[in-house]
Design a protein around this ligand. Structure first.
Ligand code: A3P
Length: 288
């Protein structure tokens, strides 16, 4: 088919671009009045950082815990068929969310200054997911050109320019990390990196469970670990994500950027990292 130009697919809200296919200005307006609960379970991360992966771990942890408590609901996905991304949906979504039982699971790609104030006011816990920007760009490129609601690109070079100038849905990666770095000392925020989770999933799962105060037995934790392998999630993806599954669960590794970046692009990104994140706490966590 014909390649859609990004201008047609994106709209701007408070200086950040969003895909008109899944969000709207009206719904962003409604989002400002969203009422967070102190026990909401929030996962924040720039697109393509592994949101679906960590989202699956969180959902599994919360629902396993809820079952132990004799409670069957909890997942936004199950209840009222609500999509778990905070900023994706319609203007009435936040009214419906008021009726959801605790604990609500919420994902978001928003920068902190676009996150509803009540989340910070109620000290709702936020797990901030980080991934190396070179792998994020690589994953984002393939996703944009796959079956997705996002604009596609003729070439990798064209995508790279858009990524490096911040002309991306949900904004500029380096702004995103820079802005979240301002919250790094908030007591309600914990970070986890894609890379650390890749290296030791069991440790990551434990860390996430402890942060959200979800108590599971060792055996239950192991079940969450097993069900969140790339292999397991890819195999189950038709059920969980339909036709999206194949695009979403692409490679699931570290350093695939080496297959796309040329040396100039590599250096350009290193320079951006220096400019925005050198000497910052989140910059250090990225293990760049
Ligand atoms: P790749 O495109 O590099 O393969 P998001 O969910 O934020 O859109 O991120 C998608 C990225 O997370 C994709 O990266 C995808 O393969 C990866 N991913 C999804 N599930 C994973 C898993 N269980 N283990 C490792 N990576 C996973």
């Amino acid at each position: 088919g014909e390649t859609m130009k990004s201008e047609d697919l994106l709209f701007s809200y408070k200086g950040i671009s969003y895909p008109a296919t899944v969000c709207s200005p009206e719904q962003f307006k409604a989002l400002e009045a969203f009422e967070a609960r102190s026990d909401d379970v929030i996962l924040a991360g720039y697109p393509k950082s592994g949101t679906n992966w960590v989202g699956q771990i969180i959902t599994d942890l919360v629902t396993t815990c809820a079952k132990n408590d004799g409670d069957e609901t909890n997942n936004l996905n199950d209840e009222l068929d609500e999509f778990p991304y905070l900023e994706v949906g319609d203007a009435e979504k936040y009214q419906r969310m008021k009726k959801l039982p605790s604990r609500r699971i919420i994902f978001t790609h928003l920068m902190p200054h676009n996150i509803p104030e009540s989340i910070f006011k109620n000290k709702t816990k936020i797990l901030l997911l980080l991934r190396n920007p070179k792998d994020v760009a690589t994953s984002y490129y393939h996703f944009s050109n796959g079956l997705s609601p996002l604009p596609s690109y003729e070439t990798w070079d064209e995508f790279f320019t858009a990524f490096m100038t911040g002309k991306m849905p949900w904004g500029f990666y380096f702004d995103y990390i820079f802005e979240w770095n301002k919250h790094i000392d908030d007591e309600n925020i914990m970070t986890i990196t894609y890379e650390e989770l890749k290296e030791n999933r069991a440790m990551g799962v434990k860390k996430i469970a402890e942060f959200f105060e979800l108590s599971l037995t060792e055996e239950e934790l192991q079940g969450v670990v097993d069900r969140s392998s790339f292999q397991a999630m890819k195999e189950n993806s038709e059920k969980t994500h339909g036709a999206f599954g194949n695009v979403l669960f692409r490679k699931g590794g570290v350093s695939d950027w080496k297959n796309l970046f040329n040396e100039d692009q590599n250096q350009e990104m290193d320079k951006k990292f220096e400019e925005y994140l050198a000497g910052t706490k989140l910059g250090a966590k990225l293990n760049y």
